[in-house]
Structures are given as C-alpha cells and as structure tokens.
Design a binder for this molecule. Sequence first.
Ligand code: MD6
Ligand code: FE
Length: 194
Amino acid sequence: MMLRGFCAAEAAALLRDLDGVAAVAPFRHMITPGGYRMSVAMTNCGTLGWVSDGSGYRYSETDPVSGAAWPAMPEGFARLAMNAAQEAGFGGFAPDACLINRYEPGAKLSLHQDKDERDFGAPIVSVSLGLPATFLFGGRKRKDAVRRIRVANGDVVVWGGPARLTYHGISPLTDGEHPLTGRRRINLTFRKAW
Ligand code: MD6
Ligand code: FE
C-alpha cells in the first residue's frame, strides 16, 4: 500500500536523526555472497541490522565494522513506522530492525525477495527520502513481469500480506538535486526480523 507524502513534513527531522545514526555506524558498501560490491551504501539502526558478506545474508545484533551494537532506533523512526503500518491495517507493528539504503546516481538494487526475516506475517514499512526513484515491483518468480512505480521524498510503502515475497528492486538512480539530500536518495526499511 502506497502512502504518498505520508512523512514529507518530517523528512528533514528524519534526515537529522539519520546523521546521528551514520556518525556511529557509517554507511558502507556490503559485499554480496557472490563477491560483488553493492552499489547501494547501507547501515542499520535498531536491535538488529541486515548484513551481507561472503558467507551470506543475515541479521546481526552487532555492526561487523565496529563490533558494537547498532545505534538505537530514533524515536521518530519507530513512531513513523508504527503509524504507517497502522494506517495500512497492520496494528501493533513493532520493528526491531531498520535497514538504511543510500543511493547515489547510478546506484541500483537488483530484483530480490526479502526473505531473511523469521515472520512473513509482519509487514515491511519502506520510507523514501530525497531524490525520486523507480521502484520495480514484480511477481513471485524472478522472471514475472515487472511494474514500475515512482517513489519520491516522503512516500511510505507498507508491504505485507500476499505481496510480502514478491520480487522487487530499484532502477539505477537518475542524477538530480534534492533540497534535503543533494544528489542522493535515502530509503529506510523497517522490519520485524526476529
Ligand atoms: C529501496 N527497498 O527502496 C529498497 N524491500 O531502496 C526494498 O528493497 C524494499 O522498499 C522490501 C520492502 C520494501 C522495500
Ligand atoms: Fe527489499
């Protein structure tokens, strides 16, 4: 479910909180299990963080770069995730993980399924900030047809139920300038990982 502009009014505050997170757990380009460096830079906040390296994808209670716990989820992040889920019909959503993706021009996320979480009953809440992007929304199989959906600053997508395991991705980011983020797009994805 697409909530257009749901957090546009608080985008600047969310980005300020993000600066605090990234000061403790800096953005990094993770390596896929196949040995490729991801074009999207990532970090996490919350009890659990999504990580990728040569041995696979998983959730970790610590940041492999520092060995320390991930920064706590800022209050405003948690409140937004809960309110958006509620609006979409998922009451009581309490995320334990927030994956933060940073795109610079040309960065993309290939088609994938989110299946590293333990409970597919919980939704994922996805927040777009800064430059707009094209979200690719496929089917249950990698080769199913793909719909293209524009996501812009302040848009929130709540993704649950039957859509939970559909293939999706992000097209290479088109260069541009956004007043809040410059030449970047930021995505926050809130999950119940454990
Ligand atoms: C992004 N998002 O928007 C990447 N996954 O940058 C995702 O991969 C994603 O937006 C699951 C649910 C919502 C998402
Ligand atoms: Fe995903």
